[in-house]
Design a protein around this ligand. Structure first.
Ligand SMILES: O=C(O)CCC(=O)C(=O)O
Ligand SMILES: [Mn+2]
Length: 253
């Protein structure tokens, strides 16, 4: 068994070298870093099985257009602070040893701290997450959000919030064992989502955030723009620039 594991690890390392980290500049101020083999395949396989078996998965309701609907996926979470989004509050939940260790690894990679973890369980390709942004006041300005993917590969789509920017959505395939880091002002200026597909295979996503405080905590005034709206207006002026950046990013996708 040990020999088999060592062989598998060696194979993983070979595979790791084939794919390197990708830096994706969506604009001058919004970026993503994609690390395809953040975990080894063996680590990721074991983590998938453990999370699937041990997390308290819930099928929760959210409020969309004043209607209560069930989220099209299951979720779990961990952290000392409550987290409120789309009309629901996730009450504090103890962080397991496994998630603590994982969080430390991700913090080291990102050079920043996290205090809240959300896990999404996509049972098959019908489960998905619609286009939205992690832009709650409690996350402050320019939050770094990091996400580990386990199980089936799924397409992750990013598009500008402003409809005036005529830009194709950016797509990246998030594979088993990978880490995606979103940073800069991506949450203020872009939306992201995981669309449906035909797959019958499951996927788990583990997302790390830093909450500045409990629900109701307000962002401080924007450090260099008079208001958030001004920043969005600026986007529309920058639209052409960003379109150029997008075209070059897509070529390697
Ligand atoms: O499943 C994913 O890759 C994305 C999930 C996500 O955006 C989130 O939990 O904030
Ligand atoms: Mn998100």
């Amino acid at each position: 068994m040990q020999e088999e594991n060592e062989k598998k690890e060696a194979q993983d390392q070979d595979d790791d070298q084939k794919e390197s980290t990708r830096q994706i500049e969506l604009s001058k101020t919004a970026w993503m870093t994609y690390i395809p083999s953040f975990l080894s395949q063996t680590q990721a396989d074991a983590l998938f099985e453990e999370l699937l078996a041990c997390e308290q998965w819930e099928h929760r309701a959210i409020i969309v257009a004043q209607k209560e609907i069930l989220q099209p996926r299951l979720m779990s979470w961990a952290g000392d602070l409550p987290y409120r989004y789309t009309g629901q509050t996730l009450e504090p939940r103890e962080v397991s040893e496994t998630l603590k260790n994982l969080c430390e690894m991700v913090e080291k990679q990102c050079g920043t701290q996290f205090n809240h973890i959300v896990l999404n369980y996509y049972r098959d390709g019908k489960d998905h997450i619609g286009m939205y942004a992690d832009d709650e006041q409690e996350l402050g300005w320019n939050p770094t959000i990091a996400a580990i993917s386990l199980g089936d590969s799924r397409s992750f789509v990013v598009e500008p919030k402003s409809r005036k920017i005529k830009k194709r959505p950016f797509r990246i395939n998030l594979k088993h064992a990978s880490l995606l880091i979103m940073g800069g002002d991506i949450q203020h200026r872009y939306r992201h989502g995981v669309p449906k597909n035909q797959s019958e295979k499951p996927r788990i996503n583990v997302t790390f955030r830093y909450l500045q405080g409990p629900p109701g905590t307000q962002r401080p005034p924007h450090p260099y723009m008079k208001s958030h709206q001004e920043a969005l207006n600026q986007d529309e002026q920058d639209g052409q620039d960003e379109q150029d950046g997008q075209d070059s990013s897509n070529q390697s996708n």
